[in-house]
Design a protein around this ligand. Sequence first.
Ligand SMILES: NC(=O)c1ccc[n+]([C@@H]2O[C@H](COP(=O)([O-])OP(=O)(O)OC[C@H]3O[C@@H](n4cnc5c(N)ncnc54)[C@H](OP(=O)(O)O)[C@@H]3O)[C@@H](O)[C@H]2O)c1
Length: 318
Amino acid sequence: MQQAQICILGGTGFVGRTIVSQLLKKGYRVLILTRHRERHRDLLVYPSLSLIEADIYDPDQLKRNLHDTSVVINLVGILNEARNKRQSFQQAHVELTKTTAEAVAEVGVTRLLHMSASNADPSGPSQYLRSKGMAENFILEHGRKNGYAVTSFRPSVIFGAGDSFTNRFAQLLRSIPLVFPLACPDSRLQPIYVNDVARCFVAALFDERTYGQRYDLCGPRVYTLYEIVSYIAQVIGVKRHIIRLADWQAKLQASALQWFPGKPFTPDNYQSLQVPSVCSEPFPSIFGIDPRPMEDLAASYLQAAPDKLDTLRKSILQ
Ligand SMILES: NC(=O)c1ccc[n+]([C@@H]2O[C@H](COP(=O)([O-])OP(=O)(O)OC[C@H]3O[C@@H](n4cnc5c(N)ncnc54)[C@H](OP(=O)(O)O)[C@@H]3O)[C@@H](O)[C@H]2O)c1
């Protein structure tokens, strides 16, 4: 019998690719809707995967692509806004979630998995967290009222080969000589491994106990940002004097770096770091997972030479 088709929005990204890989291994058919098919051609090697270029903000295009789908997974998210309309928190998190909700209800898809974030809250301290919170509340409520089952996931920062967290710090540590000025050194984080996040998504697919629920997902250990950056420096073998910036210096750094290419740090990122990204409860036992700590895994990909990283990433995904 043919397995169900899972449609993923944002499936070409860091978390998406890991979820895709696990779904394919379980025999599901996967449909990824992307803005840039050519950019992600490498995914076409999988026979059970379809990669379709679509404007997912257009309700008609979205609905047209959902007809043969049993489950929608929405992973679309941005950390920083750009000037273009579809790269605002409101558009990418709130409006897109609403468009997706309406498409799912209209086409008759009965299951949706939603990617939120730790501390997502309509009255949170940053636009990122507020928009994530609004989207999450909306989709859970909409699902309840319209007869489809929603599960929302709220991970702390996610690490793994190809992440933009540990790899970004490794890159900065390598490129900034001698001293490394670190904003928000005392912020507390509980990083979770990308494969563990993906396993939760896959385990939740048709598990009715997860319907209507939100799950905080954290790794086994809490670290300060200072501890994480020191660990990364040690793993990649660079000696840097890491300077703990005072709060006013961190704000100043964010105001300046928001204008740099790629926006390495923004006032909104600063605001997000004001709340600890940690879990108050143990890992949800329903997923049957013992989440792995960063120290078990990060060295293998942080130490890999850039030309080996792609191979390493693929081997981890297989
Ligand atoms: N990474 C973390 O540490 C972390 C922690 C907590 C929560 N999350 C959440 O997890 C989700 C996935 O994160 P990720 O790290 O995998 O992100 P990612 O690598 O940037 O991937 C996100 C994907 O979403 C699509 N996308 C990006 N911006 C978009 C926009 N403005 N409009 C429409 N589509 C857009 C892109 O797909 P196409 O280019 O193919 O269209 C991209 O591949 C996000 O919702 C994020 O907020 C991540």
